[in-house]
Design a protein around this ligand. Structure first.
Ligand SMILES: [Zn+2]
Length: 755
């Protein structure tokens, strides 16, 4: 009854369904008329009362009971169990299958063969305290997915984090890794960057270890006594070249369905070209201790009780790896709650369900919140609630190997997403602490508004207030004055990437964290025991995540006008342009200073004859870049945003009909789509967003306005000028869209058009 009334005559429905939860002085709700805001707040209050920590605990115990990696029996069982849960909540729930390249290890051998012999254990031992740690027969061994097969014996070289800057330091020390096996420590970048850069410098193999200073006893008490990585703990993980494109390596840009055309494995550029293996710090120590040669720079020295040296010298390593390269099935769980009035507008929520082993923290801690949101929606539907737009709850498979499930789904449905995609909300791991918000900056205001309405379980303040306080305490003065907390820009590392950076769906990624630390990431110790002893032990932050994410979904699903606000986007873009100008100027100064030092012969004079270093090469001066196209586009974006915001201001008191607002929403939902670059980014066309991408050499870390920023970093000045023009064109498309939406909104609300 209520649902229908709400569908056809919005204002009238106000009076009929009012339980007493709201207050006269409630602030306006972005996207709602005052009348509808009242209804919305009541449904939200009902919703937020439902998520239950005890049910989350039980769901985590169940989902992390056995190893559930891609292709494992329990991964399939979990998908079927999740589908059944969603169906029992009243969702139209199905499993969507894809078949992807996911290698699993057949052979793993790592030995130090000179100057002494040592055979690496490559095993994580079971622990008496942790009941699920002894499931050896079902556990994936420790390995890096998409490493090449290989059998190499070569000198060992220590390369710190193994990022490009580290190779410049090695070069300055006259050290080449050509024909060598490199050993890098985890951290500093996406793990796939390490073998990629090593291969670019001629290495024939790579090892990645968890150094105890960052990730072990140097950080705190180790497991099981404490949360940090024990000596035999290993971080499994994909080394796919995800910054080139994520997803199934054999089917870039198309869904890996049964009949899809697949590349030959040899032609799949995201598969590594050299063998690479992750190891524990217990296995790494004898290898690093065997290194001779120059002392490692102070910043490269970790927490092991050895002298860190660079090599190469007498230390030689034998690395032999072989993999089963057969295709494996992915089981995405897709659960739909069809919209009442706008069924062709999709509001999507996602969290992955696959783990590397038992995956309690990663990903189950986020998945259980998503499950409780869906159960609560089922309860509201029983009470008469029905979302206007279609809500889709997705549990992705194959996130760990390289965002496989979400990417294949987006590639498979990209035409529909282009026509129907309104919002994508992602989560992954969840713990205790403050509320992290990242994503499309046109949703910054919206995210802040929700954060104001969710209570933090430890302080009874809003999660927004707690996040603000933590920033102020952290020295961020702006956080005290700026009305909206800035949200982070998205690089990569979870399932938001295909939605935002390939399909251009307005996207947010959320989760709590920062209070607990630990070192069980991607190991057998990421278990129910670990989580219930060292993380959100009472699942109250699980409930807070369900409340926050569920509220976001309800508001977008029922908003009269979609909640984008473009002033923050415009200000953020202007900030990026300023950063790019400084980056160009700082680079120019660095080159000038370097050439001056070379001309003065300074390097020769400070060279230590016993430890000679190779002087850097002179560089051509940095030319002036023409930022005018970006500056002009930024000015236009600013004025379009303020015109839109004025029109938006009239909404609460307006008596606008849904029909007249529909064309406004049809434009607003494309606000990330028009920021896409049709040809994609230089050397990686799969990434199309002009403002956000993971760095080509960071993998996780975001590069904003990546086309220009990375061209400047690479000192490719011609490319930088060309990318400035492309991004300016994208911003201009955005201003045009916003201006058109503002004009339609003025008509719909009767607001006076701004001359
Ligand atoms: Zn994850």
């Amino acid at each position: 009854m209520i649902f229908r009334l709400r569908a056809f005559a919005l204002p009238v429905a106000l009076l009929l369904v009012v339980p007493a939860a709201t207050h006269q002085d409630d602030p306006p709700l972005r996207g709602f008329t005052t009348a509808n805001a009242k209804i919305q707040r009541e449904w939200e209050a009902k919703f937020r009362a439902i998520p239950d920590p005890a049910r989350m605990r039980e769901a985590m115990r169940r989902l992390s009971l056995r190893p559930h990696h891609v292709g494992s029996p329990y991964d399939k069982e979990n998908a079927e169990w999740l589908r059944a849960q969603f169906a029992s909540y009243g969702f139209d729930a199905t499993i969507e299958r894809f078949d992807v390249l996911f290698p699993t290890p057949l052979t793993r051998v790592l030995e130090l063969v000179a100057p002494t012999r040592f055979t690496a254990k490559l095993e994580e031992p079971a622990l008496r305290e942790d009941p699920t740690s002894d499931q050896k027969s079902e556990q994936l061994p420790t390995y890096n997915a998409y490493s090449a097969d290989g059998d190499v014996t070569a000198p060992l070289v220590y390369v710190n984090y193994g990022v490009p800057a580290d190779y410049e330091t090695l070069e300055r020390n006259g050290i080449s890794v050509k024909g060598a096996i490199v050993i890098a420590r985890y951290g500093g970048s996406w793990r796939g960057i390490k073998p990629k850069v090593a291969h670019e410098h001629g290495a024939v193999g790579a090892l990645i270890y968890s150094d105890p200073r960052d990730d072990g006893f140097g950080a705190g008490e180790t497991y099981p006594a404490g949360p940090f990585r024990p000596k035999d703990g290993v971080q499994r993980g994909s080394v796919m070249d995800m910054p080139t494109y994520p997803g199934d390596p054999l089917t870039p840009d198309v869904g890996a369905s049964a009949g899809a055309k697949r590349l030959e494995r040899a032609d799949a550029v995201t598969v590594m070209k050299i063998p690479v293996l992750p190891i524990s710090y217990a296995d790494a120590q004898p290898l690093l201790a065997a290194l001779s040669g120059p002392l490692a720079p102070a910043a490269w020295r970790g927490g092991l009780p050895i002298t860190y040296r660079l090599g190469p010298g007498a230390a030689r390593v034998h690395l032999k790896l072989a993999f089963d390269w057969s295709l494996k099935p992915l089981y995405n769980v897709i659960a739909k709650l069809p919209g009442s009035t706008n069924p062709d507008e999709w509001v999507i929520r996602g969290n992955h369900h696959d783990g590397w082993v038992n995956g309690a923290e990663d990903p189950v801690s986020g998945a259980i919140a998503q499950l409780e949101e869906a159960r609560a929606f089922g309860e509201l539907v029983k009470q008469g609630w029905r979302p206007k737009r279609t809500i889709i709850y997705a549990m992705w498979d194959g996130e760990e190997p390289g965002l496989l499930g979400s990417t294949e789904w987006v590639e498979q449905h990209q035409d529909e997403l282009r026509r129907k995609g309104v919002f994508y909300l992602n989560s992954d791991t969840n713990g205790r602490g403050t509320f992290g918000m990242e994503g499309s900056h046109a949703l910054e205001r919206f995210a802040n508004e929700v954060a104001r309405d969710i209570m933090d379980p430890e302080t009874n303040k809003s999660v927004g207030a707690r996040e603000r306080a933590s920033r102020v305490v952290g020295g961020n003065k702006e956080a005290r004055t700026r009305s909206d907390l800035r949200i982070g820009a998205l690089g990569s590392g979870s399932d938001f990437t295909p939605f935002l950076q390939h399909a251009g769906v307005p996207t947010l990624n959320v989760g709590f964290g920062g209070e607990d630390d630990g070192g069980i990431y991607h190991s057998i110790y990421d278990s129910y025991y670990w989580y219930t002893h060292f993380s959100d032990t009472s699942f109250v932050y699980g409930r807070a995540l369900a409340q926050a994410a569920g509220t976001m979904m309800m508001r977008v699903a029922d908003a009269d006008v979609l909640p984008e606000e473009f002033g923050n986007l415009s200000e953020t873009a202007r900030g990026y342009i300023g950063e790019l100008k400084s980056l160009r100027d700082n680079t120019a100064k660095e080159i000038e200073e370097l050439n001056l030092q070379l001309a003065e012969g300074a390097f020769a004079m400070v060279n230590d004859p016993r430890r000679p270093t190779v002087p850097p090469k002179p560089q051509p001066p940095a030319p002036v870049l023409n930022f005018a196209p970006l500056d002009n586009a930024s000015i236009a974006l600013d004025s379009a945003s303020s015109r839109f915001e004025k029109a938006y201001g009239a909404l609460p008191s307006a008596n606008a009909m849904a029909a007249s607002l529909a064309p406004v929403n049809a434009l607003i939902r494309q606000s990330d789509q028009v920021l896409l670059l049709p040809e994609g980014l230089p050397r990686r066309p799969w990434y199309r967003h002009s403002l956000y991408a993971p760095g080509y050499y960071t993998g996780y870390g975001v590069k904003t306005m990546p086309g220009v920023r990375e061209a400047i970093e690479q000192k490719d000045w011609k490319l930088a000028d060309a990318e400035i023009v492309r991004i300016a064109a994208a911003l201009t498309r955005e201003s045009d869209l916003i201006t058109r939406a503002a004009a339609l909104l003025e008509q719909a609300t009767g607001a006076k058009p701004v001359p």
